[in-house]
Design a protein around this ligand. Structure first.
Ligand code: ATP
Ligand code: MG
Length: 140
């Protein structure tokens, strides 16, 4: 295993319910370090670009509307095998399928309002981190 970085978003449903600290406690308890962090209200252009891979999917418009509906916290996480480790603690996309003890099982309201985003591969992690952070904004 190697030390990796992954990209995380705490989504608007979580910031609205004041859950940033509780979500990050679960992230830190999973052994991941938050090495970059910023609170931002995504523009429509930023959200569309971020989820461009889903542009042809029927839920794309709703996804963009949701991600721009309130503030989010964008983060870089670092740790052993961070991409998979973070996805494990996030839980399944649909909270009804998320295992107990995961962030989405604890907090997600629906498949749209599912509390967190996490990168799914090393290439997407690097690309997503670069959309929101410069190297000097990441302090490990
Ligand atoms: P994310 O990319 O946000 O971390 P994910 O990797 O678990 O989530 P993706 O398949 O990449 O899931 O989907 C991106 C987001 O699009 C999901 O988090 C969810 O909010 C939304 N989404 C995915 N599938 C559906 C669906 N069938 N219906 C409605 N929304 C969906
Ligand atoms: Mg995804």
């Amino acid at each position: 295993m190697a030390v990796q970085r992954t990209f995380s978003i705490i989504k608007p449903d979580a910031t609205k319910r004041n859950l940033t600290g509780k979500v990050n406690a679960m992230i830190e308890d999973a052994g991941l370090r938050i090495v970059g962090q910023r609170r931002v209200h995504l523009s429509e252009a930023q959200a569309k670009r971020f989820y461009e891979v889903h542009a042809e999917r029927p839920f794309y418009g709703d996804l963009v509307n949701f991600m721009t509906s309130g503030p989010v916290v964008v983060q870089v996480l670092e740790g052993e095998n961070a991409i998979a480790a973070y996805r494990d603690v996030m839980g399944a996309t649909n909270p009804s399928e998320a295992k107990p003890g995961t962030i989405r099982a604890a907090f997600a309201e629906s498949i749209d309002a599912n509390t967190v985003h996490g990168s799914d591969a090393p290439e997407t992690a690097a690309e997503e981190i670069a959309q929101f952070f410069t190297d000097d904004q990441i302090v490990g």
